[in-house]
Design a binder for this molecule. Structure first.
Ligand code: GLC
Length: 489
């Protein structure tokens, strides 16, 4: 079995918003099963499913009450098994989310802790420190008998105590449960957060990180997390077929991030430095170079990502669909593995005008503009949307962005992605940069060249060769093109 994950394209399914099989307005596992032919036809290698476990949904499933069962909203365990098996028949691998930093407050362990039993599985103290929750407000909540418990996220997401051996054992057992069911890997939620610094030191007023992981904070990226990832790697390696672990790790630098993908740790880590780079030739080139160099230093592939369920969609971040289409060609030409967030293949923008009464993301508490509902709006399958009563309203002007409207239409974003996912396999080997006009980037890998114009004016790249694919007229403002060049000067 080859190391399939080294150059795989992995499609993120945000289960709630992907496809609704039972017509209740919330996406589910049968909905995904029905759409496996769509995913296989798109040309991705694997799907990552966001949490579908039993949960009160305080953080949309990232608050897990039972790690070994499916929430009735999403289906049953039998549906999960059927989905995994059928995906495999379509040659799609399946990665599931695992949430080890915290459980739901409804988890039986936390319920016991509230009754004063076995509190050591969580982080209870007589006095809180000054940490703030990522979602806003204090990271501590007081319980009836006066003690406080730590929650780096919502109060409904109490942090586990990873110094407790029972916690470690339980999670290895959960990994085995899903591996036995046939999953090909795990996306590890908050992989940088499980281990807290000894003594839980105060941060000091004014130093609280507003953005997760962009500046060092004492509760993230502690060296102790790596021991857990090593233990998990041993579990993954004990199964046949290259099962993988993907770190959602917000580390301050590419160097710190590379530590999560050392040979005996996880296989991939999301490249958020790439995701957050602005639409700028020089800045993107610098991030690409540092990502390639740091990943290579530990023998890992890079993992490119432009959007996910936690950030503003890149059409909106970059400011136009033209740029997003060009960014897709740039990303899919780079060496390594790439993630596609559901809907980016349709060119969906962030929905910025959701009525406040439908917004439910707990992160809104930090400040209303940071809410993540706008990137989680259900996928438009048809011009009429394909949803009976979607849990978030689908904008009327998405009719022309729907799968139905773009399917088979030359030049549509959906067809651009389909072609790119088919052709990207022809890019082989190392990336070599070539001189190009200011505000542009040109690189080759083997015989293939990717040329990107980041500027607002057309450029003549002067490249001779066969044009394979382009996001717009070759050389146009905010465009990218792939060419096959036989003999380069
Ligand atoms: C991760 C998830 C995010 C969730 C948080 C807490 O960052 O991607 O959606 O809110 O963890 O589990």
């Amino acid at each position: 079995m080859t190391a399939w994950w080294r150059d795989a394209v992995i499609y993120q399914v945000y289960v709630r918003s992907f496809a609704d099989g039972d017509g209740d307005g919330v996406g589910d596992l049968i909905g995904i099963r029905d759409r496996l032919p769509y995913l296989a036809g798109l040309g991705v290698d694997a799907v990552w499913l966001t949490p579908f476990y039993r949960s009160p949904m305080a953080d949309f499933g990232y608050d897990v009450a039972d790690y070994r069962d499916v929430d009735p909203m999403f289906g049953t365990l039998a549906d999960a098994k059927a989905l995994i098996d059928e995906a495999h028949q379509h040659r799609l691998r399946v990665i599931v989310d695992i949430v080890p930093n915290h459980t739901s407050a409804a988890h039986p362990w936390f319920q016991e802790a509230l009754r004063g039993e076995k509190r050591d599985r969580y982080i209870f103290r007589d006095q809180p420190n000054d940490w703030e929750s990522i979602f806003g407000g204090p990271a501590w909540t007081q319980v009836a008998d006066g003690q406080w418990y730590l929650h780096l996220f919502d109060p409904a997401q109490p942090d586990l105590n990873w110094d407790n051996e029972e916690v470690r054992g339980e999670f290895e057992s959960i990994l085995r449960f899903w591996l036995d069911l046939g999953v090909d890997g795990f996306r590890v939620d908050v992989a940088h957060g499980m281990v807290k610094p000894a003594g839980l030191p105060d941060i000091g007023k004014g130093n609280q990180a507003r953005m997760v992981g962009r500046e060092p904070v004492p509760f993230f990226d502690n060296d102790g997390v790596h021991e857990i990832h090593r233990a998990w790697r041993r579990v993954l390696d004990s199964y046949p077929g290259e099962r993988i672990g993907v770190a959602e790790a917000w580390a301050p630098t590419p160097e710190r991030l590379a530590r999560y993908v050392r040979p005996d740790e996880l296989h991939q880590a999301f490249n958020f430095h790439y995701l957050f780079a602005p639409w700028d030739a020089a800045e993107l080139r610098a991030v690409i170079d540092s990502s390639l160099a740091t990943a290579a230093s530990v023998g890992a592939p890079t993992t490119w990502v432009l959007s996910n369920h936690d950030v503003k969609r890149h059409v909106t971040r970059y400011g136009s669909l033209a740029r997003a289409r060009a960014a897709a060609l740039l990303t899919l030409a780079l060496p390594g593995s790439a993630y596609v967030y559901q809907g980016e293949e349709l060119g969906l923008p962030e929905v910025l005008d959701l009525p406040p009464e439908v917004c439910r993301d707990p992160q809104r508490l930090r400040d209303p503009d940071s809410g993540r509902d706008g990137c989680r709006v259900p996928l438009p399958w048809t011009r009429e949307s394909g949803w009976a009563d979607p849990w978030l309203p689908i904008p009327a002007d998405w009719a022309e962005l729907s799968v139905e409207a773009q399917d088979g239409v030359p030049g549509s974003t959906l067809e651009l992605y389909r072609a790119a996912l088919r052709l990207r396999r022809s890019f082989e080997g190392e990336l070599i940069w070539h001189d190009s006009p200011r505000g542009t980037l040109v690189f080759s890998r083997g015989e293939l060249v990717c040329a990107v114009n980041f500027t607002e004016t057309p450029v003549d790249f002067g490249l001779e060769g066969e044009l394979l694919l382009a996001s717009d007229e070759p050389g146009a403002a905010n465009s990218a093109a792939w060419l096959k060049v036989k003999c380069r000067a």
